[in-house]
Design a protein around this ligand. Structure first.
Ligand SMILES: *Cc1c(COP(=O)(O)O)cnc(C)c1O
Length: 401
């Protein structure tokens, strides 16, 4: 490459970055100097109540989880320097796969380095040009990428729209295998997929169902099994993908779970599994400890839902508009992008860490701050956060009351 062409390349990148900054779309990293938790210490020394982690069960910074990972490291070592099928499978990996299967009510489970990889590697080995994938329009980026890597015909239904899903299933009628694919919970709005209706349609039109449970595993449903438990369709979902990086401990790692024929096929053919390193034993061991705890008691799941109900009730009483629902993702609607930005900045000054979302991440005019509750939040912390919401809301003239 000529010096001139190289310069043009780098200058072009910088111009794009400058444009992002001008548009207010540049995403800076917020550096935390402490453990993850309901309270964190920012690099500038400021203590903040954290309302934007996927730390639903409060386990990310928990001492007993850290200890479980240390114990697994002591026993199994730091790493394997291998993919799973060559010499990267330890007893702890098999135990974790069994524990996830038992927790979700499936036959077998395959681990990945991330849910992004689970979704990236699930479609191509199972479906080809004779098949159809029918996907919710707002599915996670990793599902969209995974579907792109597969030769199956693609059908997209309008978000959460069961009439359109039915129409797409009719359009896909000529295909051999059909699979409906949806996030169990959509993280932008906390919308819970209508799995009862989806399963009904799947039965009517002879389709399989895949759900991505990243924002559900560990706390949705009466015993935290996920959206399939929440909607009473345990045992009726064919394939479940999920993450170990959110509620289930928060480190990293993902999985795909389902019938043994599916999982065994993925072990033979799924590229992120065949060509990427095994999950670190520290993570496998700690995840196993987490699943044992969650199977023994619903205490954390119950506390999370109590916190969620309290926050949803109080934030509306103060005079904010939220997207209705029951999920610990609570979108507090501010509508205009500059308002959402100003609001999040003011909340930071008041000691609350929040994330603002605006176009193009959410539709135009739907700007918001997204609150995420955790079992680790104390009532006192939530009251402090609510008081800050009220103060910032009053200052910016945003309260309905
Ligand atoms: C977070 C998330 C992922 C990615 O999970 P990782 O384990 O972090 O790769 C995939 N799907 C959904 C719906 C998610 O929310």
């Amino acid at each position: 490459m000529s010096e001139q062409a190289k310069n043009a390349f780098y200058t072009g990148l910088q111009q794009n970055l400058d444009t992002l900054r001008e548009q207010g779309l540049y995403k800076p990293e917020r550096v935390i100097a402490s453990r993850q938790g309901s309270e964190v210490v920012a690099q500038d020394g400021r203590t903040l109540i954290n309302m934007c982690a996927n730390n639903y069960l409060g386990l990310s910074g928990e001492e007993w989880v850290a200890q479980a990972s240390i114990e697994a490291t002591e026993k199994y070592g730091y790493g394997l320097s291998s993919v799973r099928f060559i010499c990267g499978t330890q007893t702890v990996h098999k135990e974790l796969e069994q524990a996830i299967s038992a927790f979700l009510g499936t036959e077998d489970t395959i681990l990945y380095a991330a849910a992004f990889d689970a979704n990236g590697g699930v479609f191509e080995p199972l479906f080809d040009e004779n098949d159809a994938i029918i996907s919710d329009a707002l599915n996670h980026a990793s599902i969209i990428d995974g579907i792109r890597l597969c030769k199956a015909a693609r059908f997209r239904y309008a978000h959460n729209d069961m009439a359109d899903l039915e129409k797409q299933l009719q359009d896909a009628a000529g295909k051999r295998n059909k699979i409906i694919v949806t996030d169990g919970v959509f993280s932008m709005d906390g919308t819970i997929a209508q799995l009862d209706k989806i399963v009904e349609l799947a039965e009517k039109y002879g389709a399989l169902v895949l759900i991505d449970e990243c924002h559900a595993s560990g706390f949705m449903g009466k015993t935290g099994r996920g959206t399939h438990e929440h909607h009473n369709v345990l045992g009726k979902i064919d394939i479940i993908t999920g993450t170990l990086g959110k509620a289930l401990g928060g480190a990293m790692g993902g999985f795909t779970s389902g019938r043994k024929e599916v999982i065994d096929t993925l072990r033979q053919k799924s590229r992120p599994y065949l060509f990427s390193n095994t999950l670190a034993p520290s993570i496998a061991g700690a995840s196993l400890a987490v699943l044992k705890r969650l199977s023994a008691s619903t205490e954390l799941r119950d506390r999370l839902h109590e916190n969620t109900a309290y926050f949803r009730k109080e934030i509306e009483r103060i005079g904010f508009t939220i997207k209705p629902g029951t999920h610990p993702v609570v979108p507090v609607m501010l509508f205009e992008a500059p308002v959402a930005q100003k609001f999040a900045a003011r909340m930071y000054e008041l000691g609350v860490l929040l994330s603002g979302f605006f176009y193009p991440v959410v539709p135009m005019g739907q700007a918001r701050v997204r609150v995420q509750l955790s079992a680790a939040h104390t009532r006192a912390q939530l009251d402090t956060v609510l008081a800050a919401f009220e103060q910032a809301g009053r200052e910016l003239g945003l309260l309905k009351n």
